[in-house]
Design a protein around this ligand. Structure first.
Ligand code: SAM
Length: 244
């Protein structure tokens, strides 16, 4: 089999699995976790085949924050929400980051694949109506990151508050989301959440990066129109606590 055929086959299989396991828009918590349990061991292979860039862009934004803000350094504390198999933390280590990194994910099957990567792991499903454990909600971290977590089938836009709660004043909150047509309703909700916190001076948008080639499309409705789907990555700077 030629290299080209092998790549095309890997893309095809990865698209099928992503569509099956990660785009189930009406999924309940139990179903989402079952999906990630079934997908966990193939996750890294599939996101490589689909040229998934969220961890790279989120780590780039952390490095930019290190360069821009004196409170953030290569030794800062990080909480990696929806950490999955640890791609963000491994990338941070590969660029010389030395600070403690904790990982949070709803799926114990994904967390099982992160042995040796995180200082602490929390098996925690994020829901806007559910409080997080003290360690995650008491504004102790310098950096909160969530690569590839926000989306209609995954983490609700209302969970932005959990990321903001987890960091200190002067800390940064970095995340990505897809901005393709199938995600437009979700992008609008996330935008509304962001605007709400900007308007009450809880955060400022420190950096916004538009990404043309976020990953290969795996949405059957869009694949004929576009090979790559776009996305966006944000860095928010926390100015003050959220008043409930
Ligand atoms: C697309 S993966 C991203 C993983 C990793 N951040 C990366 O970029 O490779 C999404 C992860 O979020 C987790 N997840 C999805 N919805 C969640 C929720 N509501 N609460 C906690 N974890 C969730 C899944 O278990 C999965 O590990």
């Amino acid at each position: 089999m030629s290299d080209q055929t092998q790549v095309a086959d890997a893309e095809k299989v990865a698209r099928q699995r992503v569509h099956k396991y990660a785009h189930t828009f009406s999924a309940e918590q139990k179903e989402k976790l079952e999906n990630y349990k079934a997908w966990a061991t193939d996750y890294n292979t599939d996101v490589t085949a689909l040229q998934y860039t969220a961890p790279k862009h989120c780590v780039d934004l952390i490095l930019n924050a290190v360069n821009k803000h004196s409170e953030i350094s290569m030794n800062s504390s990080v909480v990696d929400f929806c950490c999955g198999t640890g791609l963000v933390a491994n990338r941070l280590r590969s660029v010389g980051f030395t600070g403690p990194i904790d990982g949070v994910d709803g799926s114990d099957a994904m967390l099982d694949l992160t042995a040796g990567v995180y200082r602490n792991t929390f098996c925690q499903f994020l829901d806007p109506g559910k409080n997080l454990p003290e360690m995650l909600s008491s504004s102790q971290y310098d950096v909160a990151v969530m690569a590839g977590g926000f989306g209609p089938a995954q983490v609700d836009a209302g969970c932005l508050k959990h990321l903001i709660h987890s960091i200190k004043i002067g800390g940064v909150c970095i995340f990505s989301t897809r901005t393709n047509r199938c995600n437009s309703e979700f992008s609008k909700k996330l935008d509304d959440e962001l605007t709400k916190y900007v308007h009450c001076d809880v955060i400022v948008i420190d950096e916004l990066r538009n990404i043309d080639k976020f990953e290969l499309s795996s949405f059957p409705e869009e694949m004929k129109e576009t090979r790559y789907i776009p996305g966006v990555a944000y860095c928010l700077l926390k100015l003050k606590p959220i008043k409930e």
